[in-house]
Design a protein around this ligand. Structure first.
Ligand SMILES: [Zn+2]
Ligand SMILES: [Zn+2]
Length: 133
């Protein structure tokens, strides 16, 4: 099992298998939430995910569009969230504590990326909706 922890260590989870490659989302809401060019995440099936500690204290922010982010109440790190519509967990891969065995493969919402971000010409781009929370 691969574990993931937030910045302060108060929230911890475990993953036994990933059901997607890593994807970066370049939408404006991920930019705001992560304070960077994009978010990097992967999907995990319901049965391959478990909370190990701190899940009861996790807080959430819901944007008026319905866009949701859950985060650690102590350090503010964005933590996994369950996507009920797809029955999978969305996992911010920066939280993982060891090699996940998957690689960055897709870029989504590239049409709304920041003008200052330069993507390689050969970057694989997918349209809106793929794995996006
Ligand atoms: Zn924390
Ligand atoms: Zn996004």
């Amino acid at each position: 099992m691969i574990t993931g922890t937030c910045l302060c260590g108060g929230v911890q989870f475990g993953v036994t298998a990933f059901s997607s490659a890593i994807f970066k989302c370049h939408c404006s809401k991920c930019r705001k939430a992560f304070g960077g060019a994009s978010s990097a995440a992967a999907l995990v099936g319901k049965d391959d995910f478990r909370w190990l500690r701190g899940s009861e204290g996790v807080r959430e922010f819901q944007y008026e569009s319905g866009f949701l982010r859950r985060f650690c109440p102590d350090c503010g790190a964005i933590v996994p969230q369950f996507l009920a519509g797809h029955q999978v967990y969305w996992i911010p891969v920066g939280l993982l504590d060891s090699e996940p065995g998957i690689r960055l493969k897709h870029h989504i919402h590239v049409d709304s990326k920041a003008d200052w971000e330069i993507l390689d010409a050969d970057t694989r781009r997918l349209g809106a909706g793929f794995g996006s929370p």
